[in-house]
Design a binder for this molecule. Structure first.
Ligand SMILES: *Cc1c(COP(=O)(O)O)cnc(C)c1O
Length: 379
């Protein structure tokens, strides 16, 4: 997909993202730098002093993510973290003080209720709204930060980022978007006006289910400085090996996303055409309640499909019957996973609700496996 506004296509950008200028006899992507401290005679100047503050392997990865989140835009800063939650907490806890108000989704990532309790314990007022329907608009007066997760996990609802940003900014309220599900190749929150794009790199960004990572990308240095300070204070830093593996994985991001998202649509269509009504949700499915809005602000619709089987037992039989799909949490990896989301508690979903993450297997094999498991689970 060549992008006329911003130059090279996503595949080209992904394979080259964050690479330093070539140096004779050096690798294209320099290996991980393992250092707690750096040689530092005299006054402590320059970037690399102590390993909790900066690491050259992070710098390459941060540039790479920045090039994908905000191509062609100057002054954008990215900070990598030990996990998605480390990145989310860094934004919330560095921007908010006692007496401030924040608007959170009530149907977002399952750790947000714990975050809410912690924010309230620190004297922050928390208001919540569902992701779909833009009900956040009613809650913005006096708020310091609006947090949105679109598409939401696991419900796959979508909210209008441009509209919410405009309303928030007119009230002096910052906006952060959790971009985990979309990835920067699916959605670019900063181009939609958001102040922060925050994500878990544990999911489709790195895509192999073998590392935890998070990041924050922001365009305003005065808003990013406290996020950087928070990382230093809390020390929620990724190891150099994880950062390097993440960068290596970015080279295949466009290939993985293209394949997985195309297959997700095929799986969603097969589920929609099943003889029982499974209440299939996928933002890329024409007719899905999220589709129109998603088409206006997303470039790709993600690899997660959800649907609801009539009972908990039926959902469990279905998951047991699958042969190509692991019963596991998380999503975005090259190996398909599915789970009965209600087993965790906390999400407002039916007992038979299944979150299905479509991997890089051949779509016809996946569809055959899913339809066979549906059939067997009905017996
Ligand atoms: C997984 C996830 C997170 C948390 O990321 P970790 O890397 O597990 O800490 C945050 N937001 C969303 C939408 C997620 O799916």
């Amino acid at each position: 997909m060549t992008d006329s506004v911003t130059g090279p296509g996503d595949g080209t950008r992904a394979v080259r993202a964050g690479l330093p200028e070539p140096v004779k006899h050096e690798p294209t992507l320099p290996g991980p730098v393992f250092a707690a401290h750096f040689h530092l005679p005299g006054d402590p100047t320059g970037a690399y002093t102590y390993g909790r503050d900066e690491n050259p392997t992070w710098t390459h990865l941060e540039r790479a993510i920045g090039e994908l989140e905000a191509p062609g835009r100057d002054g954008v800063e990215t900070l990598v973290f030990a996990s998605g939650m480390a990145a989310i907490s860094a934004v919330l806890f560095s921007q908010l003080r006692a007496g401030d108000t924040v608007v959170l989704p009530d149907d977002g990532y399952q750790v947000l209720p714990l975050v809410r309790a912690q924010l309230e314990a620190y004297g922050v007022e928390v208001r919540t709204a569902p992701t779909g329907g833009d009900a956040q608009l009613e809650l913005l007066d006096g708020a310091k930060l609006l947090w949105i997760e679109t598409p939401s996990n696991p419900g796959l609802d979508v909210c209008d980022v441009r509209r919410l940003v405009e309303a928030a900014h007119s009230r002096g309220c910052l906006v952060a978007v959790d971009n985990t599900l979309a990835t920067p190749l699916g959605q670019r929150p900063l181009e939609l006006g958001a102040d922060f794009s925050v994500a878990s790199g544990t999911k489709q960004l790195t895509g192999h289910g073998d590392i935890l990572l998070g990041y924050v990308t922001g365009a305003d240095p005065s808003a990013m400085a406290p996020v950087r300070r928070w990382r230093k204070i809390v020390g929620a830093i990724p190891g150099p090996m994880e950062a390097w593996l993440a960068h290596r994985s970015l080279a295949t991001l466009q290939l993985r996303v293209e394949r997985q998202n195309a297959s997700a649509l095929i799986v969603a269509e097969a589920l929609r055409d099943w003889h029982e009504d499974l209440g299939v949700r996928y933002p890329g499915l024409p007719g899905d309640p999220s589709h129109k809005l998603a088409s206006q602000q997303m470039r790709r619709f993600g690899c997660v499909v959800s649907f609801t089987l009539p009972t908990r037992e039926r959902a469990e039989r279905f998951l047991d019957a699958l042969r190509l799909v692991d019963d596991a949490t998380s999503f975005g990896g090259v190996r398909s996973t599915a789970e009965r989301r209600g087993r965790w508690g906390g999400d407002a979903v039916a007992e038979g609700f299944v979150r299905f993450s479509v991997g890089a297997e051949d779509p016809e094999d996946l569809v055959a496996d899913v339809l066979r498991a549906l059939d067997e689970s009905a017996k």
